[in-house]
Design a binder for this molecule. Structure first.
Ligand code: ASP
Length: 586
């Protein structure tokens, strides 16, 4: 049907006859001549219809956006050169134009920004846009490069079930009713976690899968209910074996896909240090601001909030220095309002006008509650300079870290302190458990199959509160792009961890009996990691939204606007599934 792709026609074809197919990007009738920009997946080429071709001219003049054409013509050099595109030095003089399909009224045209809802509803049109084609191809290249890398390193690509049993990764399950077993349900996998572990027990040694995962989470701006992971597992490994392999993989693949150079080796910090310095377990190291603990400087001061939290066993008082920040009172108030969203009760501040003048040289609503020594100590700890603004946070360790960490990111962006760079790192030594106030029990910070750093069960039981796990995350520019761990490979340890998580022996048997048994059948030490393909593709493609690198994404409220899913199903079908719908009133 065609001889060449539109976007690839160039000077090498001068004088030749070509047959092209594509969409009418624009058609311009300039009275004398008619120009058609013909577009396919490779790009655009200019087609010219000269006035002496009366019949052709009529066809060309009738064209509308997105009409589908087949054009036969000769390649010739072009007068007005466009060096931004490959075909920019040539044009096609048409001898034949066939309208393969005329487009009807369109909800939007290629060059408009139609708004997210329209884009998702008419995704086929949205994806036709060159920018979307570029972003989707970035994803395709990424997955290809990962596969190549892993295939050549001897990893086995194995599919795991989609209709399965719940695997706890901390979200709700999507459930599928079984027709044959009325009243019973499959869960869609939150991850292939248990299957990949079983594959290690089955002797496959190294596994990977580009795996779809499903998590029914509460609405968050950039989450998708289904997303894609590069899921990996290795037998007979310790942390560094996994980390070194995947660090090398990510470095090579990002170089190959987009010429991105990542430092070697990645910096490594512990979870505790990440929280202390950045108030986050996925610090964005492109921003050079750090949290500074000042409890020692404000202990016993008259500012009650500081004094109290400086003494508290689980308290934290920190300063964040905004270098040379000329902020108005209104802007400061806006930051105070911003941090309340992250649990802050207030945000104290201090402007540093003239260091040499001590108390006289600063401006702060809390200065009157601070001694000269305290002020001097704060300024020293914060390394303050004239023109700086210091923000302060006090409260529980977790709350302060959260809101000051969020403030660090916001200030970094607002003050233009985000370096134009790629900043990867490893975060290690995560806590094993988190105390869930509401449930009154421990929950696994990673997942319940993550090994603790200690081998001894009695030790783990005695020190559960401060136990460290063998989990690790890879972080890039403030995004957790991969997370994994060394797993528990002994039945007794797995049973003990279930017990610490408040999963009764009976429940553990019911839910994970198959795992406990398999661990007892000669399970090798093993570990792995999973990378978020959508997020990595978005980062490389330079877009904020993972929806831009997913062909058919869902909205933030977990709906597909294209197909109108989810949707009610007929009563007969429900009956067949032994399912009754019981919607809340109102
Ligand atoms: N299953 C984990 C997750 O999906 C990744 C891993 O531990 O390998 O986050």
């Amino acid at each position: 049907m065609r001889t060449h792709f539109c976007g690839l026609v160039d000077e090498a074809l001068l004088g030749q006859s070509v047959t092209l197919c594509g969409w009418t990007d624009v058609a311009r009738n300039l009275g004398g001549v008619c120009f058609i920009d013909l577009r396919d997946h490779e790009g655009v080429v200019q087609v010219v219809v000269e006035p002496d071709q009366a019949a052709l001219f009529e066809v060309a003049a009738s064209l509308g956006y997105e009409d589908v054409l087949r054009v036969v013509g000769t390649v010739r050099a072009r007068h007005s050169i466009n060096d931004r595109i490959r075909s920019g030095r040539v044009e096609i003089v048409a001898s034949e134009i066939e309208i393969l399909n005329k487009a009807g009224k369109l909800p939007f045209y290629g060059h408009e920004n139609p708004g997210e809802d329209s884009r998702l509803k008419y995704r086929h049109l949205d994806l036709r846009r060159p920018e979307m084609q570029r972003m989707m191809r970035t994803r395709i290249k990424l997955v290809q490069a990962l596969r190549r890398h892993l295939d050549s390193a001897g990893f086995q690509d194995i599919e795991t079930p989609i209709l399965t049993k719940a695997t706890p990764e901390g979200a709700r399950d999507y459930l599928v009713p079984s027709r044959v077993h009325g009243g019973q349900f499959f869960a869609l996998p939150q991850s292939p976690q248990l299957f990949k572990q079983l594959l290690m027990m089955a002797g496959f040694d190294r596994y990977y899968q580009i795996a779809r995962c499903f998590r029914d989470e509460d609405l968050r701006a950039d989450r998708q209910p289904e997303f894609t992971q590069l899921d990996m597992e290795f037998a007979f490994v310790r942390e560094r074996d996994v980390q070194d392999f995947v660090e090398d993989m990510i470095r090579k693949v990002l170089r190959e896909v987009d010429g991105i150079e990542l430092e070697q080796p990645f910096p490594r910090i512990t979870y505790a240090e990440a929280m202390r310095r950045y108030g986050s377990d996925k610090p964005d190291l492109r921003i050079d601001l750090e949290l500074i603990d000042i409890a020692e400087a404000v202990r016993g001061c008259e500012f009650k909030v500081f004094a109290e939290w400086a003494e508290h066993a689980d308290g934290r008082v920190v300063a964040l220095r905004a270098p040379q920040a000329q902020l108005s009172r209104k802007q400061i108030d806006d930051y105070a309002a911003f941090v309340t969203r992250y649990g802050a009760k207030g945000l104290a501040w201090m402007r540093v006008d003239d260091l040499a003048r001590g108390r006289e040289g600063i401006n702060s609503p809390i200065a009157k509650f601070l001694s000269d020594e305290a002020i001097a100590a704060i300024l020293k700890l914060a390394n303050a300079e004239n023109g700086d603004l210091l923000f302060f946070g006090a409260g529980t360790y977790k709350t302060v870290s959260d809101f000051m960490g969020a403030l660090r990111l916001k200030l970094g962006r607002d003050l233009g302190r985000v370096a134009n760079a790629w900043k990867p790192l490893w975060v290690t030594d995560f806590p094993m458990f988190e105390w869930d106030e509401e449930g009154g029990r421990y929950v696994a910070l990673h997942h319940p199959f993550t090994a603790p750093a200690v081998d001894d069960i009695a030790d783990l039981r005695a020190n559960a509160k401060i136990a460290v796990s063998r989990g690790y995350d890879m972080v890039l520019n403030g995004n957790e792009i991969g997370g994994g761990s060394i797993r528990i490979h002994r039945t007794d340890m797995q049973a003990a961890v279930f017990e610490l998580l408040g999963i009764e022996a009976e429940e553990a048997q019911l839910k994970f009996g198959f795992l406990l048994e398999a661990l007892n059948h000669g399970a090798p030490p093993h570990g792995g990691i999973a990378f978020g393909i959508d997020r990595i593709a978005a980062l490389i493609a330079g877009t904020e939204s993972i929806r831009d690198v997913i062909a058919f994404p869902k909205t933030a409220s977990a709906q597909c606007l294209l197909t109108s899913a989810p949707s009610p199903i007929p009563a007969a079908q429900l009956k067949e599934l032994s399912v009754k719908v019981d919607l809340p009133q109102g």
